[in-house]
Design a protein around this ligand. Sequence first.
Ligand code: MG
Length: 322
Amino acid sequence: MKKNLFSIILLVGLILSLNLQAQPLKKHGNLSVKGIQLTDEHGNATVLNGISYGWHNWWSPFYNKESVNWLATDWKCSAVRAAMGVEPKEGYLDKPDWSKEKVEAVVDGAIESGIYVLIDFHSHNIRLPEAKVFFTEMATKYGKYPNVIYELYNEPVKDSWTQVKEYSVELIKTIRAIDPDNVILVGSPHWDQDIHLAADDPILGFNNIMYTCHFYAGTHGQSLRDRCDYALNKGIPVFISESAGMEASGDGPINYAEWQKWIDWCTSNKISLISWSVSAKKETCSMIKPGVSVQGNWKESDLNESGIKTRELLRKQAEAEK
Ligand code: MG
């Protein structure tokens, strides 16, 4: 009898924990890339919408499971992005073990919350040896989880596409030797603006590769969407792994009209969209007000304008996905 009771309690606990889990991972399972489209395990076109954490070296307190769970359940994110700063003080080059701990807190949180997670090597320069070590460890630890997406290079600044391509191919080979299938995101030159260069000379011979474009709607408009369209028309899968409504500096007013054009463009092309960022600096793109909890449970009064609007957008997108 005691044994039966124990089994029943276990079973109830299991059912409860499954029900508490957010839906995206359960719904979509393993992701892959078919043509230009991110696709789920059932062969359906899939769009991920979510939030990027700010640079971990400046915003490490936010890198915890509780905040991930809040973003999954209250903001209805289907993905979050762990932006592991590489070059600044307390970045990966300076404190590799501590940096990995922070990234892993977000990745483990995403796995527990049933959403997807981008592991972003948040660098502005090529750091191939360090990136190889990092992604070897990440692929070894997380390659079996369908939640994980690797982002090889946040935003190249001075590197040509030839250099970014060479770097990316090396890392893709490194990851694929360990993890045959999880989606890999490749950066494009000039702050992820020059996706047309990647489109003219794409990486061949690997599966489940997408290319990132970043936009800040106060600075980037139709001409950047034209480049993305050019890439799509050439068969290049596009993923917006960082974006926001204000100027590219992360500050200044939100350009609502242009931001909406980007959102509409993403919706009509079924493009995944990640917004920047979970941070608490006095600037437009920081979504959280300074001094509030770092573990989520945010009331609307704890959020800045970009946080309030992005949360609204994500909840709307999640509703449309149902
Ligand atoms: Mg895998």
